[in-house]
Design a protein around this ligand. Structure first.
Ligand code: ADP
Ligand code: MG
Length: 256
């Protein structure tokens, strides 16, 4: 396990009815670490991210986030104050495959919205921060445009800026390039690489094996609701020990 982890999840189990989707998943991620999660569709990757953000509540297990323990049984029994859950959520940024920008707001308003409404930031401060973040993601000139005038790659960069505006301690990415036209994938991956180089702690579910190999420090292979293999990305992707990892990589790397 990681020393002084930023986030640790322990023995997480999650079922939907009789379908056990997460089977005793434990994982830790250090501050500034980038961990990729790869694996077949339906193996439980999105559910894991959603559990970390408490969008789903596991039946058992706990997590420790920045030293604070959250027992999932306590959450499901309503023994944890909603304020604590809300505070936790503000510290965890999440970006999805579908960008879900608010269509009636400008690009800048999309980024400034949550800091004002969730954190109570003064509008002017939130707008100034949004300007800076839009500069960072290379979209300062689009600040007054509606999201619909942007390409998919640009919209996803706005969605990343929107998550960063909450100044999260960790960012969760769930297949954020999967819905993009191939020529737009690179600009989003470049931005994620930049965040990684700046030391952001990142948990990245991805089909981009190049990103997993070259940007993430470690890669976990998810198989049927559990982590079948985890290790330094180069090892897992170049010389996997688990036969299922090998089969998966053979399929995705030789899919022509
Ligand atoms: P992945 O992201 O690896 O493709 P998911 O976590 O989305 O996998 O899904 C894993 C399994 O959990 C699938 O069988 C899926 O149908 C099921 N599942 C996910 N979310 C729900 C839900 N809200 N209700 C019922 N089943 C779900
Ligand atoms: Mg998924």
């Amino acid at each position: 396990m990681t020393e002084n982890p930023e986030l640790e999840i322990n023995q997480v189990r999650k079922s939907f009815g009789s379908n056990e989707v997460l089977k005793d998943v434990s994982l830790s991620i250090g501050k500034g670490e980038v961990l990729s999660i790869i694996g077949a569709s339906g193996s439980g990757k999105s559910t894991l991210l959603r559990c970390i953000n408490l969008l789903e509540i596991p039946q058992s297990g706990h997590m420790v986030f920045k030293g604070e323990t959250i027992d999932f049984v306590d959450v499901s029994k309503g023994r944890i104050k909603q304020a604590k859950i809300n505070r936790l959520r503000t510290r965890i940024g999440m970006v999805f495959q579908s960008f879900n920008l608010w269509p009636h707001l400008s690009v800048l308003e999309n980024v400034a919205q949550a800091p004002v409404h969730v954190l109570g930031k003064p509008v002017q401060d939130a707008n100034e921060q949004a300007e800076i973040l839009l500069g960072k993601v290379g979209l300062a000139d689009k600040r007054n445009e509606p999201p619909s005038s942007l390409s998919g790659g640009q919209q996803q960069r706005v969605a990343i800026a929107r998550a960063l505006a909450m100044q999260p301690d960790i960012m969760l990415f769930d297949e954020v390039t999967s819905a993009l036209d191939p020529e737009l994938v690179g600009e989003v991956l470049d931005l994620m690489r930049q965040l990684a180089e700046e030391g952001m702690t990142m948990l990245v579910v991805t089909h981009e094996m190049g990103f997993a190999r070259h940007v993430s420090h470690r890669t976990a292979f998810f198989h049927q609701g559990h982590i079948a293999e985890i290790g330094p990305s180069e090892d897992v992707l170049s010389s996997p020990e688990n036969p299922e990892t090998r089969q998966f990589l053979d399929r995705v790397l030789n899919h022509i």
